[in-house]
Design a protein around this ligand. Sequence first.
Ligand code: ADP
Ligand code: MG
Length: 382
Amino acid sequence: MTASVISAESIPGTGRAAQGAIELRQVSKHYGDVVAVDHLDLTVQPGEFVTLLGPSGSGKTTTMMMVAGFEEHSAGTVLIDGAPVDSLPPRDRNLGVVFQNYALFPHMSALENVEFALRMRKVPRAERRQRASDALDRVGLGKMGDRKPRQLSGGQQQRVALARALVFNPAALLLDEPMAALDKRLREQMQEEIKTLQKSLGITVLFVTHDQDEAMAMSDRIVVMKDGKIVQSGPPEEVYNHPTTDWVASFLGDTNLIPCTVVERNGEEAVVDLGGLGLARVRDRGASGENYAVSIRPEHLKFRTRASAGNGCAATLVSSTNLGATVRHRLTAGGHELQLRELSSDRSDRSARGDGGAGILPDEELWVGWDADKAQLLVLES
Ligand code: ADP
Ligand code: MG
């Protein structure tokens, strides 16, 4: 099967744009009084892997259904490759979809399930067979084409669904929690396989998950949703390290939230008063509100010697818990409770060297610090 039509590059010499751009302009969806999606603006570039990440009920599935054409929107426009598709049925949108509840046909073999997508598009029989068989090869199921879904594991069934979504060379793939039913190990394996497939095909992917680790692992860009709206969007590291609200910070993982007052703001940086923890220089993304805090991820707090420069303060250790690969320390500092996480191997190294805090005993006085670029000023919503 040729993958040239789904190249992420523009087609040389033709001036034609690359395929797979998805755009939502002010798209809303109401179910009676429920506003499932609220004036959503979203652009996905050709070849980009974008993840909608949000808690249950935040409007992720509704958004996907409107892009796919299974659900009509109440307002706004959906464009694919620059053309409005609002009046096109799903099959004419050139999108491959794998939805959690979009099951395989139980009475058809894996091969027939994949072929079905081509039958719907009136591809001649012989070509159908060949392309379906190639698609199964591509997801590692070349030898299992004859099996019925019930003769396949959950992971294999999802691969068949993926082959079915890819077989007609769609401009983009829509994947809504495709791994939700799989166990952790299989999920991680599928995550890597989908990522590899996406890169080799250069295909656009709009992905949905409520799992922040999965979003971090797979995405070029994460779009964080809450109550039908986008609350923040950016590359994974940026959203993780530089959340603009306490809600985003907490949704993406554990964090230390230290309430503060803003002393000075100058572009990318701010000086804040952390109360008992003194003045600190932190990153600023310009979010504004009534109340502010600084977010520092537990892994970005470090044991320091008092002499070391930069942000830091005296702290007292409350407890240490070995979590296997990491150790979680609970501390108090300047009247705040803080969490510090370090690699277990770092802890052993430090003990061996006899550095400051080597003993790490409860009630021991320590010095903890952090790098200014790892501390983020954000708005306290709650
Ligand atoms: P997510 O996929 O993020 O969990 P959904 O898009 O499924 O969220 O749902 C968003 C909101 O819309 C929820 O409040 C949900 O209850 C509501 N909703 C979704 N589908 C329907 C429907 N068919 N009828 C009524 N309400 C719906
Ligand atoms: Mg959903």
